[in-house]
Design a protein around this ligand. Sequence first.
Ligand SMILES: NC(=O)C1=CN([C@@H]2O[C@H](COP(=O)(O)OP(=O)(O)OC[C@H]3O[C@@H](n4cnc5c(N)ncnc54)[C@H](OP(=O)(O)O)[C@@H]3O)[C@@H](O)[C@H]2O)C=CC1
Ligand SMILES: O=C1O[C@H](COP(=O)(O)O)[C@@H](O)[C@H](O)[C@H]1O
Length: 590
Amino acid sequence: MDARSFAVSYSSPYSPSSAFRNGHHHPLVVNVSSLSNCKILSRHLTQICPSLEVVRMQDVATKHNAVDKESPVENLKDGLFSATSSHERSDGLCFDYRKDESTVSITVVGASGDLAKKKIFPALFALFYEDCLPKHFTVYGYARSKMTNAELRNMVSKTLTCRIDKRENCSEKMEQFLNRCFYHSGQYDSLDNFMELDTKIKEHEAGRISNRLFYLSIPPNIFIDAVRCASLSASSTNGWTRVIVEKPFGRDSESSAALTRGLKKYLNEDQIFRIDHYLGKELVENLSVLRFSNLVFEPLWSRQYIRNVQLIFSEDFGTEGRGGYFDNYGIIRDIMQNHLLQILALFAMETPVSCDAEDIRNEKVKVLRSMRPLQLENLVVGQYKSHTKGGITYPGYTDDMTVPKDSLTPTFAAAALFIDNARWDGVPFLMKAGKALHTRRAEIRVQFRHVPGNLYNRNIGTDLDQATNELVIKIQPDEAIYLKINNKVPGLGMRLDRSTLNLHYAARYSKEIPDAYERLLLDAIDGERRLFIRSDELDAAWALFTPLLKELEEKKIIPEYYPYGSRGPVGAHYLAARYNVRWGDLGLEQ
Ligand SMILES: NC(=O)C1=CN([C@@H]2O[C@H](COP(=O)(O)OP(=O)(O)OC[C@H]3O[C@@H](n4cnc5c(N)ncnc54)[C@H](OP(=O)(O)O)[C@@H]3O)[C@@H](O)[C@H]2O)C=CC1
Ligand SMILES: O=C1O[C@H](COP(=O)(O)O)[C@@H](O)[C@H](O)[C@H]1O
């Protein structure tokens, strides 16, 4: 940061406009107390001066020595950002100051792989298309495969799509994006190869402040090698360096702790962004909004009114090509211990002090630590077998060439979990996750208690369960939030039926819903950690599943076989019935 910068402490009475109107032709460097203040101020600034570029400088001053020692910004901490504009306006509100503009270099480690092609490059392009990426950004693909820049661009171009609702300038934008993508071939454990990458990155940084994001899109056995080399040979010397780590974060408490120890040899906890892409899904992000910004839900959100909660994940395809990875993990580690448990924690946590990452993650950890470790008697496991339907034969799990023929790895699991705290005592949280089932969906179902002394019991019939309210949060596909209520059928008689108050996203919002990876990548670039998993959360999550996973493997529990494309093992119904629960996704009306 240049010595001509000046600092202003942001508190609510401060008006950013005064600083501009005073005619300062310097970068405005503002110390704000929190990320949300930072965002509010940033909005104010850009309203006053639309051509202004606001750049967060988080971590710059504190972590590295590159800040000019004479600079008044030397001691500023989190929330620091600078504002610069490239266009001077005639009213003098804006100024031209480019020297301290920062760059963001995003390296996709494992760029030749499935996730990079399917999710990461398309998400980066979508962010670019929406003008969400910083002005000076560059993307690097890194992997062992030999490729030229042109070959990487060609590979990436095949998976880029534009928003359906905004197709203008699509091919032009794609070309601009691809021109910012470069490839470097190297080994994941080579300090020299990462040094070469560093040289390339520096060329593009052209002396600006350097911020670097590494996305580890590689198998977990090489995470530490890659982090060691990236950190020692290619981390930023004057800006931030962050690493997005993909799951799996180990396969039990011990291996997860070892991975964390390995990562922390080279990184601080706040440089590690453990991704759980379900946290980036629109309806999962909306869960807290639904609970904490609507008076009608939060008072009902406890054992007093809620009978059970169901977290359901189902896919209508098998492991298809990922059997080698999957067989070492199974559905409990692949979906339950992370995606479904994260949703459960958000669903059940107490009101956080604020929306700041640490406040939310503190509450999630408390929920996880209040849970009983999963017991074998509360678990049903299944594995899909081959099935022929309509002349087509669908393969069984062990038909996959990469899966051992005698594999007992579960591709389906149903579990009953309990939170032993005052709010949720005795409420079963039922999870169900499976591959090769009859449908693809992810949803949360909240079944409420019966209405005490219901005046209308006579008009409902004998099945009271069918008449209780159910709130469904449909995460995917076809996002929706709907509440099942009882309603009088219009007419002279008094007959009740089940109706639905439905917030169907496609009907309500014309804007296309961004992919989870877009939100998460943007957050990682912004240094927003709210949707990433902290190490103590991870430890608490593994503590719930590790003893059971060991028992399953030691006892060689045989899964219940279910046909490809079916509704899964019947054992899941018995498990639910033990807690007087009926799975909400299997009824006639869903
Ligand atoms: N694919 C998906 O849908 C999802 C993936 N993930 C996680 O994301 C990460 C990446 O996944 P994905 O892209 O599917 O992985 P891939 O198996 O496609 O591997 C990515 C790249 O890593 C390199 N690689 C693969 N195996 C090895 C090896 N044994 N030793 C060294 N390098 C290797 C290859 O690049 P090269 O040979 O060119 O070096 C490959 O292109 C994994 O951790 C995975 O668990 C998480 C959620 C979903
Ligand atoms: O993490 C994973 O998620 C996918 C499902 O993600 P979705 O966003 O398509 O619902 C799953 O297929 C995969 O097995 C798992 O590793």
